[in-house]
Design a protein around this ligand. Structure first.
Ligand SMILES: [Zn+2]
Length: 238
């Protein structure tokens, strides 16, 4: 079972590589077939086996013999490991797979935000669906529903005020709200605390490096690291 989960992780890692590449190049995710980065030749099935293809082809494309980025097998391996770790730590298999999927998806979104300063609503929508799955039954208790409604309203207002002044993108706020759906009140507090800690630290470092007040932060990596850290703490402590 562990091997199956690891292989599943590497396949998804490979898929997330394609997602990042195609989003940055503004190509469609669903079609057309995968092509070589260099000569645009259509890749066949055996060129796209996670990890194995890279090693069989000795790190080169099979069509035009150009060097493949080491980032491909590394991120496939890392995603496989992530899935394996969460499978070992998390007792509930479905929750484990959804958490691992969400974490690798957030990493892809972070890379896209870092490189393009863009956040896509379709990606936030996928995060929202995953969060609703993760929230399970607690979502339907009255107090939880009430506190979540208050949280959503406060953050929408805050996001609106901050985004018209250009401090933060509205998409970033919607992402925070979507992730928060899966968290209870205590976890939310930790989440916001970690986020301000990481955000403050990154802002501080960037300010002293560039001496520029108007440096534009990529918020998705900050939001994602806070959420991932929280999930790691939960997995270890609970
Ligand atoms: Zn090629």
């Amino acid at each position: 079972m562990g091997l199956f989960i690891f292989v599943l992780g590497t396949i998804l890692g490979s898929f997330f590589n394609v997602l990042v590449q195609r989003t940055i190049k503004e190509e469609s995710i669903v079609g057309p077939f995968s092509k070589c980065d260099y000569c645009n030749k259509r890749l066949s099935f055996y060129n796209m086996i996670p990890l194995l293809s890279y090693f069989i082809q000795r790190g080169k494309t099979s069509c035009c013999n150009k060097k493949l980025p080491i980032l491909y097998p590394v991120s496939e391996f890392a995603t496989g490991l992530l899935f394996l770790f969460i499978y070992i730590l998390e007792k509930d298999l479905v929750v484990g797979i959804v958490v691992a999927f969400l974490i690798s998806f957030l990493i892809s979104m972070s890379i896209i935000d870092f490189l393009t300063k863009d956040i896509y609503y379709i990606h936030i929508f996928i995060v929202l669906i995953l969060s609703v799955i993760l929230s399970r039954y607690q979502f339907w208790f009255f107090e939880e529903l009430l506190y979540k409604a208050v949280f959503v309203l406060v953050f929408l207002l805050l996001g609106y005020l901050l985004s018209i002044r250009g401090y933060v993108g509205f998409g970033d706020i919607v992402l925070i709200i979507s992730l928060n759906i899966s968290l209870n009140f205590f976890e939310t507090t930790i989440f916001l605390f970690l986020m301000s800690l990481i955000g403050g630290f990154v802002g501080f470092v960037l300010y002293f490096k560039k001496r520029d007040r108007k440096v534009k932060l990529a918020f998705v990596p900050i939001i994602s690291s806070a959420f991932i850290l929280l999930e790691i703490l939960k997995a270890i402590l609970i």
